[in-house]
Design a protein. Structure first.
Lengths: 713, 311
């Protein structure tokens, strides 16, 4: 009876170890508390009606940023825990908290780096990339919305489902997969990993992966069909091109991930033998399938970063993108080659020399379009007028880090060299160089570039520079020792090692670097807070703080829910730049169709989450009920004919004039700051920030302000 | 004034980064002193070749990477807003020649690299027998949870987490696994790694050319005992090896079914152990356990282990 009702779930699943209790409090209870506070202040109705059920890609984009930012902290904490263990665990040193080495058991240590990898790739990098594409692409192509706003909210909530699922093990089960981030079979089979950890892994990836596929289809449709009049495919902005390439790749390979995960699930749940070592199964098939998705995945993440860098270099050099065709063909080339290099992740599996050499050549050739991209950025800067704002600093940092990582990558593409370097810390350092240097720096550059568009406030430049320096210094301290450890013969994922190897000082350096990076992240949070504190000074009333070139700068910051009052025309590549030269077109008002908010996406994602939860714990009735729920909501939604409402021209005129008055008032308040006049002195520094926070705290205490807040809410 | 301000600003950003890099270089040089930097310390022909190939590839890439990175920073610095002495042109950076060279220069480098890499991959394929005067030695390797079992079929001995090999004699490691997830066999001082998987045989040919004890490990995560799955590869003279093998055969207990079942069970951080081998078909039994009937027939109809793994 109990089994029928609860499956594998029982009392032992509740948190009872220090990390599960801590995790439950930190990652389940604290967010709930924060949500409660938010509801208390602004009201549930506002949160639900304006945000959670929103189909506006701009709001969904911001929600992606918030979730991904939170997950960045979570994944970063994992990284610090991994490095702390490795810094402690040399030789027979005394262990703590009941562990033989360091402070973590081998199994727990393996769970942490697995979670780190999954969270950083799926829920940080993917989250930020999808957030950026959501926010920026419709604006750049001069569209009011996406091709399917409903699919977009569904994709986002499936992603949130994945986020919840990946943190769920703290509260129920107490174990995550201890298999490495790709859960290579047969280690992930029930023979070697019988617990629920791998099931949590499967279903958190499955649910968010399906969301990604839906999102990719939606963005491809949007970019192909909804561009502004005049914007032919060879006039699209670079970021839109990058997004298109990235999404086409995602649509191609994510179904492969879905299928692979299902096969692994069949093995574990139904006892089939696709990837087992017995019964005719072959684990090598798993390795092939997962990397056929896994390799392009990295390029799905890095291409939008390339696109953002292209925009940033062009804007801050005050030049159009030089050699635009080479730039775009470079991005297309990268995505085409990326689909045919997966075998370089396992040259060491024992394929013949012909197979290995072929994939080695393909891998090397991917360096060609990548180099072309770098050359087009140089050509864009050439004879330009370059401003070193923080987005540009991230770009310059990216060049150094990414080149080192890329060179390490070409070395790894030579099979005989790879036999020595594969699965060593050299490999780990290589892909962190590319993913941190390429993807994460790209995301930071893009966020600080588009932050004024998203919030109407430019980010604090001074604290931004401090954060950048911390990231660069921390990166060098962490990953240069990691390359060296690889060369010394240290394999990845070691929870302990002999003291005689001489590795410990390097592991300690890595930990120190990690702490410096954490300081950088803290500074970035301070930077955002400080920018909001100087809202009046840093506010952008023009919609165009950087003297931009593409259409997203042609509308207000933040843009209206309908993006553009009048759909702009884009007869040239730098449409907005040309518009500014010729003079802006006159405003006329027209009726605008706006999609209505819907909660169907949340309901479907919630049922899908419950179904996955049922699969993890083998609760059959829950799976059946939830799948029926998914279908029922989906069918009900298809019968809903009233998915849009119309803003009349009169309403639009009223909204626009209100905004105009607000902007005018803000402009008068603002000191004589001109948007292009960016100097460090204008933005508050750390001391001033601390002083402001302390003064505010003192004011709250002295005047008992919380009483007034209570009254207000 | 504005110019100084800008310079100061960039200097403050660059200064800490370069300073840390400089200190790190010195620190690293001191820390490395006296330790085994395995990949720069090759002790066998294969490791030597892999090392020099890696260095060659790095050198060729530096030829393009250093100027490219320098170019980025030079151009960025030269055309900074504060520089009043430079000519600007918002339309620069186009043209057929420029575009062509953007593609052709990296293409040329990659063609050079590929033409080095293709023959090297074939020459250094792990399953290639190493040419030498000495008669090659075969060692069968079984990855277990979490220990390495080495079987010497000719010497009729077996060892756990310890492998001894004569200097100058090419060794063929025949890698497989039993009831263990995929593992990776790596002795960095002697040469690169290869996976050990159930039901497959991967041939890894290595040779040691210097006396010494070299660390070996599993490089692929395979469960809780992964970090402790280490062994020592001891390269000795031919005479010492023969004597050692004889002693082990005469003085150790026999590796029978009971002993093998004990080894097959999961255990962590195993110390070296030594056995005499009576039943020489153990390795084939382990291998056949994972093969369906049709696969077995296919294997029997051809010379075994000729294509390096993909049965």
């Amino acid at each position: 009876m109990k089994e029928l009702l609860l499956g594998r779930l029982d009392w032992h699943a509740l948190p009872h170890e220090w990390f599960t209790i801590g995790g439950t409090i930190g990652f389940i209870l604290l967010p709930l508390l924060a949500l409660a506070v938010l509801i208390r202040i602004r009201g549930w109705k506002w949160l639900w009606g304006e945000w959670l059920t929103s189909v506006d890609p701009k709001r969904i984009g911001i929600m992606y940023f918030i979730v991904a930012g939170f997950m960045l902290l979570r994944g970063g904490l994992d990284a610090l825990m991994v490095w702390l263990q490795q810094a402690m665990a040399a030789g027979t040193a005394h262990g703590y908290l009941g562990a033989t080495h360091g402070y973590l058991s081998a199994d727990h240590f393996q769970q942490i780096f697995t979670a780190h990898g999954n969270i950083m790739v799926f829920f940080v990098a993917m989250g930020f990339v999808f957030g950026l594409i959501n926010y920026i692409v419709p604006l750049q192509i001069g569209a009011r919305d996406l091709a399917s706003p409903f699919l977009n909210t569904l994709g986002f909530w499936l992603y949130v489902g994945g986020v919840v699922m990946v943190n769920m093990f703290f509260g129920l089960g107490g174990e995550y997969a201890a298999t490495g981030w790709l859960a290579i079979a047969p280690l992930s089979e029930s023979q070697f990993s019988p617990g629920v950890g791998v099931d949590y892994w499967i279903w958190s990836l499955q649910i968010s992966g399906i969301g990604t596929t839906l999102g990719a289809i939606n963005f491809i449709m949007t970019i192909i069909k909804m561009r502004a009049p005049g914007m032919t495919i060879w006039k699209m902005p670079a970021f839109t091109w990058a997004s298109l390439c990235s999404m086409i790749m995602a649509m191609t390979v994510f179904p492969l991930l879905t299928a692979t995960l299902f096969l692994l699930f069949f093995d574990r749940y139904l006892g089939t033998h696709f990837f087992t070592t017995m019964g005719g199964g072959d684990p090598m098939m798993y390795t092939n399938l997962i990397w056929m998705w896994g390799h392009p995945e990295v390029y799905i993440l890095v291409l939008p970063a390339f696109g953002a860098f292209t925009e940033i270099v062009s804007t801050f050099s005050r030049k159009r993108i030089a050699s635009y065709m080479s730039n775009v063909l470079g991005m297309i080339g990268v995505s085409a080659f990326a689909l045919s290099v997966w075998l370089h992740h396992f040259f060491t599996m024992g394929a013949g020399a012909d197979v290995n050499a072929f994939f080695g050549v393909m891998t090397m050739f991917i360096a060609i379009p990548t180099s072309v991209l770098i050359f087009t950025w140089v050509a864009t800067m050439y004879k330009g007028r370059i401003r070193f704002t923080t987005p540009m600093l991230w770009f310059l940092g990216f060049i150094a880090v990414f080149t080192i990582g890329g060179m390490a990558g070409v070395v790894l593409a030579v099979p005989p060299a790879d036999f020595q370097l594969h699965n060593s810390l050299f490999l780990v350092a290589h892909f962190h160089s590319n993913v941190i240097g390429g993807v994460l720096f790209g995301i930071f550059a893009a966020l600080s570039y588009w932050f004024p568009k998203i919030t109407g406030i430019r980010l604090n430049e001074r604290i931004g520079r401090y954060a950048f320096v911390c990231w660069m210094v921390g990166f060098c301290l962490s990953f240069i020792p990691m390359y060296i450890l690889g060369i010394m013969g240290a394999t990845r994922r070691l929870d302990h090692y002999d003291a005689s190897t001489g590795w410990q000082p390097f592991y300690i350096l890595m930990l120190v670097g990690g702490i410096v990076i954490a300081t950088g992240v803290a500074l970035q949070l301070v930077q955002i807070m400080a920018s909001f504190m100087q809202k009046r000074r840093l506010g952008d009333t023009t919609g165009d703080p950087w003297d931009g070139r593409t259409l997203e700068w042609a509308t207000a910051s933040p843009p209206q829910s309908y993006n553009f009052t009048v759909i702009p025309e884009a007869p040239t590549r730098d449409a907005f730049w040309e518009m500014k030269q010729r003079g802006l077109p006159k405003r006329t008002y027209e009726d605008i169709h706006v999609p209505k908010n819907t909660a169907a996406g949340i309901y479907i994602a919630a049922f899908a989450f419950l179904a996955c939860f049922g699969f993890v714990w083998e609760i059959t009735w829950l799976v059946i009920v939830s799948i029926i729920g998914v279908l029922a909501v989906f069918v009900a939604r298809t019968f809903d004919d009233h998915t849009e409402h119309t803003l009349t021209a009169e309403e639009v005129r009223r909204l626009e004039s209100e905004r105009k008055q607000r902007d005018e008032a803000a402009r008068k308040q603002k000191d004589t700051l001109t948007p292009l006049n960016i100097k460090g002195a204008e933005d508050m520094g750390l001391l001033e920030f601390a002083r402001t926070v302390l003064a505010f705290g003192w004011d709250v205490l002295k005047n008992k302000r919380w009483r007034r807040w209570q009254k207000q809410s | 004034m504005a110019r100084n301000g800008k310079k100061h600003l960039l200097g403050r950003t660059l200064g800490p980064i370069l300073g840390v890099l400089f200190c790190l270089t010195i620190f690293v040089a001191v820390l490395l002193h006296g330790y085994n930097v395995a990949l720069f310390n090759p002790k066998g022909a294969i490791a030597h070749e892999q090392h020099s190939l890696t260095m060659l590839v790095v050198a060729i890439m530096l030829v393009i990477a250093i100027p490219a990175v320098f170019l980025v920073y030079f151009i960025a610095w030269k055309y900074r807003e504060a520089n009043r002495t430079v000519k600007r042109n918002p339309n620069a950076g186009h043209g057929t020649l420029l575009n062509a060279s953007m593609w052709l220069v990296p293409l040329a480098f990659m063609v050079v690299l590929a033409s080095i890499m293709w023959p090297a991959t074939h020459r250094l394929a792990p399953q290639n027998q190493i040419a030498a005067d000495a008669k090659p030695l075969t060692i069968q390797v079984i990855a277990l949870r979490w220990k390495w079992l080495f079987i010497y079929p000719e010497q009729k001995i077996a060892t756990v987490n310890y492998v001894q090999l004569p200097v100058g004699t090419p060794v063929t490691f025949e890698l497989t696994a039993d009831e263990a997830p995929m593992s990776s066999f790596w002795i960095p001082n002697l040469g690169g790694m290869l996976y050990a998987m159930t039901g497959h045989v991967n041939q890894l040919n290595l040779v040691a050319d210097t006396l010494g004890d070299y660390p070996g490990s599993s490089a692929e995560i395979n469960g809780a005992g992964f970090a402790g799955m280490k062994f020592t590869a001891s390269a000795t003279s031919k005479d010492d090896f023969d004597l050692w093998a004889k002693n082990v055969h005469q003085q150790s207990g026999v590796l029978g079914t009971v002993e093998y079942d004990t080894l097959r069970a999961a255990s962590e951080n195993n110390p070296p152990a030594f056995y005499a081998v009576g039943d020489s078909s153990l390795y084939d039994t382990v291998l056949m356990k994972y093969m369906g009937a049709h696969q077995q027939a296919a294997v029997e109809s051809q010379t075994p282990h000729q294509h390096g793994g993909y049965y």
